[in-house]
Design a protein around this ligand. Sequence first.
Ligand code: NAP
Length: 331
Amino acid sequence: MTKAFKALYISQEEGKFKKEIKALNISDLPENDVLIRVSYSSLNYKDALSASGNKGVTRKFPHVPGIDAAGIVVKSSTKDFKEGDLVLVTGFDLGMNTWGGFGEYISVPSSWIVALPDGLSLLEAMRFGTAGLTAGLSVEKVITGGITPDQGEIIVSGATGGVGSMATAILSKLGFDVAAISGKNENDFLTSALGASQILKRDEFIEKYNSKPLSSSDFAAGIDNVGGPTLSGILKSVKQNGIVTCCGNVSSADLNTSVFPFILRGITLTGIDSAQASMALRKKVWQLLAKDWKPVHLDMMVQEIGLDELADKLEELLKGQAKGRYVLKHD
Ligand SMILES: NC(=O)c1ccc[n+]([C@@H]2O[C@H](COP(=O)([O-])OP(=O)(O)OC[C@H]3O[C@@H](n4cnc5c(N)ncnc54)[C@H](OP(=O)(O)O)[C@@H]3O)[C@@H](O)[C@H]2O)c1
């Protein structure tokens, strides 16, 4: 099949990485079960790393990033999906070494695809995107770990970022009080749009909760998206038998802790890997996001952008300056 399409194309020239909007052809895509015309893709920190040439994310260049996509099946060689089906893809190898959602078409194995659940539009699916799924998986761990709203506040880090903003909004929709840690002065966004009940300045949080082996147990559970001293502080500030999830390393990949939160408070630290989450768990969380877990102000949390704005927004993400989420809309 030959058909031209547009994509954000990252190439490497003399050790430097160049971003450009380029016309590609469907025959440039890998042979896979299902060809999807992408309507929307969301912007994630991993995309910013891939687009800047980070070899830990993308080994081979030239490359088209975009670790998630929602769109319409245009060709399928499996009985699981047919032309016209509305679908979404997140994680696995999409946008890493398989060309991703920053192109108008993707070609992927059917085992990566989730049928769009009832109650969710293609745009809403990517308003959530990988960050929303990751937040949903984190909230699911907290809830299946037995934490209920009456047990106290949930502490969420990187609260204005993609995963943090989604986690804050989902938890407040479910009736939890959320203490949001942020390095920015975005109190209105955190309280009005996301529903946080308390805002903690990142530096003050680290100073208060990370200076001793254990600190006051103030929170029922924690959702950490940044790692480093923030995660250490969260582990020390969660109550007996609390759950702490960990999914990211924006601050640092290091975790300096002791055994005390685990042996004196029975804290569980649990990792989140949305890229390789089982299909059963993905479907469960997407169904919840489509209905009961859908934040009240989901539309306010996400700005739509076009291909021409993508490179600048990826730079913003890389510098930790993004607020909420961006969704790329293809023409
Ligand atoms: N494991 C998984 O499945 C999975 C899935 C998605 C993302 N992730 C990872 O999760 C992390 C967050 O992703 P995201 O998409 O939410 O990224 P993002 O939109 O860039 O948000 C990250 C947020 O972290 C905070 N931050 C920035 N620099 C910081 C620093 N030096 N120290 C502490 N906090 C800092 C900022 O929020 P404030 O200014 O409000 O503090 C920023 O908005 C990334 O590491 C990403 O790779 C993992």
